[in-house]
Design a protein around this ligand. Structure first.
Ligand code: PHE
Ligand code: FE
Length: 287
């Protein structure tokens, strides 16, 4: 995740690339316990809900051993698997800094962990969202390449003034993506896998629309940052996601400059509708 705008320089104590030490030794037992509670809950909820790539990555990284993982330890395995690493940051970082890290196969992760009364929801990404949610998918070679390409694409979108459109691609894939598999719908988005309630809502609730992924359609669709999504987009595979984003976005960006945004819960001609949602949850006022 990133904050808006260009970097004005990091606050005191933060390196020029906005990284900090994780300070693993300084976590308290109570903080490790929050991780363990969240981990155990999610590991259970995600059986038969998360995609195989995610579950395999979770196993490969052995993220539950000691509570909050030491980034140095994860990085040995991650480097070996896909050449990625996790770096600690104090919170949201400026867009250009975020993209530079991704383009160099570094994932910026929050260092702090949520408080025991925030288990189900918090606004800012913490170490559980960033590491449990995002890092398992980075063990998949194709997804790892997609994330790096996104970083480079982000730098380009910034210079072309189309970041608002590209950010929707990130949101509806990396954060809130679903995948159609022979065994049924599965989750790969980090914002979903790191939330117990949204893991169930995204797959099973009748409220949201579930629509086949289409790049231009996604880039025209606004999103919610403060509640469950009203629409989820479904990819056939990570491979397909990588293929459709590989091509040059210049022509697409030009079309988007004049095409208007769609309504968040709108269904349009050409949509491959998997679920026509009732929108009952959003209409009842949501969270
Ligand atoms: N192909 C995109 C471009 O030309 C870059 C990109 C790749 C963006 C992958 C997102 C994901 O700008
Ligand atoms: Fe995230």
């Amino acid at each position: 995740m990133s904050a808006d705008g260009f970097s004005g320089g990091p606050p005191p104590g933060v390196r020029p690339d906005w990284t900090i030490d994780q300070g693993w030794e300084a976590y308290s037992q109570a903080e490790h316990d929050v991780w363990i509670t969240l981990y155990e809950r999610q590991a259970r909820v995600l059986q038969n809900r998360a995609c195989d790539e995610f579950l395999r990555g979770l196993d490969a990284l052995d993220l539950h051993r000691t509570g909050i993982p030491d980034f140095n330890r994860i990085n040995e395995e991650l480097q070996r698997l896909t050449g990625w690493s996790v770096v600690a940051v104090p919170g949201l970082v400026p867009d250009d800094v975020f993209f530079d890290h991704l383009a160099n196969r570094r994932f910026p992760a929050g260092q702090f962990i949520r408080k025991p009364h925030e288990l189900d929801y918090l606004q800012e990404p913490d170490v559980f969202h960033d590491v449990f949610g995002h890092v398992p998918m980075l063990t998949d070679p194709v997804f790892a390449d997609y994330m790096q390409a996104y970083g480079k694409g982000g730098q380009r979108a910034l210079s072309l003034g189309r970041l608002a459109n590209l950010a929707r691609l990130y949101w509806y894939t990396v954060e809130f993506g679903l995948m159609a598999t022979p065994a049924g719908l599965r989750i790969y988005g980090a914002g979903i896998v790191s939330s117990r309630t949204e893991s169930i809502f995204a797959l099973e609730d009748p409220s949201p629309n579930r629509i086949g992924f289409d790049l231009e359609r996604v880039m025209r669709t606004p999103y919610r940052i403060d509640d469950f999504q009203q629409v989820y987009f479904v990819i056939p595979s990570i491979q397909t996601l990588q293929e459709v984003t590989l091509r040059d976005f210049s022509a697409l960006y030009e079309r988007l400059a004049s095409a208007g945004d769609l309504g968040i819960a709108q269904i349009v001609e050409g949509d491959q509708v998997l679920t026509r949602g009732t929108q009952a949850y959003a209409e009842a006022g949501g969270r």
